[in-house]
Design a protein around this ligand. Structure first.
Ligand code: GLA
Length: 725
């Protein structure tokens, strides 16, 4: 049984394929955390609830007989605000009496097969109840009568589990949830590094690694989006953990708005890790009888370094997060007009794109921003989702039919959560945007965020989308979100609910994505937020791919794609060949192959040589699709450790095929370079498909390949496809 409860010792043990997680119900029903790490067979961990000697000044509970136990330095599973544990808390609820001291103790639990969903929110799922086991622990704050349910699901075939929490107001008065983290883990040690993914627009998800010191540290978003700046991912790793060795604990929040990931080192050398809704940008008014469900955190443990942690996330997300028709079947190879034309296009121009694309073997044309209202630049028309027939040369339906007649599928761009200042919709409904009435509104790209927390707003926007999507033969929607949230307030909410505006807005967006994917299950949804400003597991639940970054410079893309691969699989990373100049067509193709692959340029400007290369790349896309989309990723040389070369490989699960890609960033004549491959079967012999050379897996992994035999000038790349004999 992956989850057990020893009723005598009152110990819970949760076992994944490679990890164990242990808790104890202690005196006075404190729920104490005992262990999280590599799998252990037993749970003789009772002493783990004490950290060092008795601490003067630490609050004690007079009902607890054990003099060594103080909630202030013991590891607690759901530490609450202001009542004995004075470190960073996971929950704070302001009671009807105006006080926010909170205290939850264990009441009961249940263990069952399967995994529950979270109402209105993305969450990992199982096809069959046998794939996961869930523990729900009921906790009570007896003073107020408010209950909490801590929910843990173990995926026993993965080194992974999820955690979430719901608050049930069983009292007869309203309360305010001021802070609610979905996950708290008290590690017994303080010698860790933290890894996060930082960035900005055009440079998302660079790796940031630093030693955790004796202070509170972490990352957050208050932007109403998971953000370009900090991804809702964080890892806690041993100081000597690297790509292939050492302990790594990865945390990823299944949520697309304000989050916080924190580590707080206490004075007794413990590290408390918290992840959840950002208390600085969240609050919830909970009436008597109401329930609030928080989003979930995915936790992956690897004892074999970051590479293994990433591969576990990739498999878990491919099999238990991404949904729908497009989860398993080959995605269309697309061409998008954005970088080629901006909003300056006509129907005829796009038809000429489609004609040329068809000759080259491309499957789908995506018409980006600028097809609606009078949108010829970014100052207008968001919200006015009526087709600009003048621009397209007729109704959209007829235009799509022309593209289809050429043998191409058709995709379209939307930004449903936005409203332009210059739009009929804004003139009619100035209060339909996120704002604080009477306060000046900040603009971003001349637009406001529409208030998707309001049902009438959601229904209106969706009805406009529904008309277009049901009348025209549309196979793909790119769903964009191009500014961050300021003045987070809603004209639809009473004063005591204003802090709910951002969370309600994302719940509204999730609802519309849910409706869209249910009403049009054939549509492939690709998320986007000025590139990768909402590249998170919440969005992946609705859209199997996300535009990774607006930066399509292939060399810059290396660090963006390496960083993104920390927890997100290749099949989710939108990657296109563009007209950017920093490397040749071949290198651009090799880098974009590590993703969903497509083109973002004017195909009529191809030289003959480029056109031949495109045909070659299209063939490679089909040939290597399964290896890249379903195989295991091994990062060999990462851009943050080496400015000379980058290399990565994909290996199929049966280890019979592998694809190595290497890119020279800057030539370095000081060294010949032996590159050791990873992930192969040492016992097998592999043939390099092109040269016919045969090597054992053991040789390739231990002696390596001599790269001086391959193209190595600035911006060069090469791929080697290995097949087991
Ligand atoms: C965002 C996207 C781009 C493009 C533009 C259109 O920046 O990331 O790919 O769709 O919007 O306005």
């Amino acid at each position: 049984m992956p989850i057990s409860f020893d009723s005598e010792k009152k110990i819970f043990k949760l076992d994944t394929s490679d990890s164990s997680y242990v808790m104890e119900v202690y005196e006075e029903n404190y729920l104490v955390h005992l262990y999280y790490g590599a799998k252990i067979p037993d749970y003789n961990l009772a002493s783990f609830k004490y950290k060092g000697d008795y601490a003067s000044f630490s609050p004690m509970n007079i009902n607890v007989e054990d003099d060594n136990f103080t909630p202030d330095i013991s590891p607690l599973e759901f530490p609450a605000e202001g009542t004995g544990d004075l470190r960073e808390s996971a929950v704070a609820i302001k009671n009807a009496d105006g006080n926010n001291s909170t205290d939850f103790r264990y009441v009961s639990h249940r263990i069952y097969e399967g995994k529950p969903g979270i109402t209105g929110m993305p969450a990992l799922w199982v096809k069959d109840d046998s794939e996961a086991t869930t523990l729900e622990i009921l906790m009570s704050d007896d003073y107020t009568g408010v209950k909490a349910v801590l929910i843990y699901t173990v995926f026993e075939n993965y080194s992974a589990m999820t955690r979430s929490v719901k608050i049930i107001n069983e009292s007869d008065k309203a309360v305010e949830i001021e802070r609610l983290f979905s996950c708290c883990v008290d590690f017994q040690c303080c010698d860790y590094d933290m890894i996060t993914l930082y960035g900005r627009w055009f440079k998302e998800r660079s790796l940031n690694r630093f030693p955790i010191s004796r202070a509170r540290q972490g990352v957050q978003s208050k932007r109403g989006q998971s953000s370009h700046h900090h991804n809702p991912f964080g890892a806690i790793v041993d100081r000597d953990t690297n790509e292939d060795y050492g302990n790594a604990y990865g945390f990823n929040f299944v949520y697309s708005s304000n989050f916080m990931f924190n580590a707080d080192v206490d004075t007794h050398g413990g590290t408390r890790v918290l992840m959840g809704l950002n208390p600085e940008a969240f609050g919830w008014h909970l009436e008597a009888g109401e329930t609030f469900e928080a989003p979930e955190v995915v936790m992956v443990y690897s004892g074999k370094g970051l590479g293994e942690m990433s591969r576990t996330f990739h498999k878990l997300y491919s099999n238990h997060l991404i949904r729908g028709k497009w989860a398993d079947i080959k995605r269309p190879l697309l061409i998008n007009n954005w970088e080629a034309t901006g909003m300056d296009f006509t129907g005829d121009k796009l038809v000429s794109f489609a004609e040329r694309a068809k000759e080259l073997g491309i499957d789908m044309l995506v018409m980006d921003d600028g097809w609606f209202g009078h949108r010829d630049d970014d100052t207008s028309s968001l919200g006015d989702w009526d087709v600009n027939e003048e621009k397209l040369g007729g109704p959209l339906k007829d235009f799509v039919a022309k593209i289809n007649a050429l043998g191409l599928k058709f995709g379209i761009w939307y930004e449903p959560e936005m409203i332009s200042r210059d739009s009929n919709l804004y003139r009619e409904h100035p209060d339909w945007c996120i704002h604080v009435p009477g306060r000046e509104k900040s603009v971003g790209r001349h637009q406001y965020i529409i208030d998707f927390g309001r049902k009438e707003v959601r229904d209106y926007i969706y009805s406009k989308m529904y008309t277009v999507l049901s009348e025209c033969n549309i196979d793909y929607v790119k769903w964009d979100f191009n500014r961050c949230m300021t003045e987070p307030g809603s004209a639809g909410l009473p004063p005591e609910r204003q802090k709910e505006a951002a969370h309600r807005a994302i719940l509204g967006a999730y609802e519309i994505m849910d409706r869209l994917t249910k009403d049009f299950p054939h549509i492939l949804l690709e998320n986007c937020s000025g590139g990768g400003g909402r590249f998170d597991p919440g969005m992946l639940y609705y859209s199997p791919q996300i535009w990774t970054s607006d930066c399509t410079d292939p060399i810059e893309r290396l660090s963006i794609q390496f960083g993104t691969s920390i927890c997100y699989p290749a099949s989710t990373m939108g990657a296109h060949v563009s007209a950017s100049k920093r490397a040749g067509f071949k290198t651009k193709g090799d880098i974009a192959l590590w993703g969903t692959f497509g083109y973002e340029l004017d195909p009529n400007k191809f030289t003959q040589e480029d056109a031949e290369l495109v045909k070659e790349q299209v063939k490679e896309y089909h040939k290597y699709y399964d290896i890249i989309h379903k195989g295991d990723l091994y990062r060999l040389i990462t851009p943050d450790t080496n400015d000379y070369r980058c290399a990565w490989m994909f290996v199929t699960e049966n280890k019979n095929e592998a694809l190595l890609t290497s890119v020279t960033i800057k030539i370095n004549r000081d060294r010949s370079y032996y590159l050791k491959l990873k992930g192969l079967d040492p016992e097998k012999y592999y043939v390099d498909d092109e040269s016919g050379e045969v090597y054992s897996g053991a040789l390739l992994m231990n002696a390596g390949l001599n790269l001086s035999d391959y193209p190595s000038y600035d911006g060069d790349s090469f791929k080697i496809y290995f097949r087991a004999l």
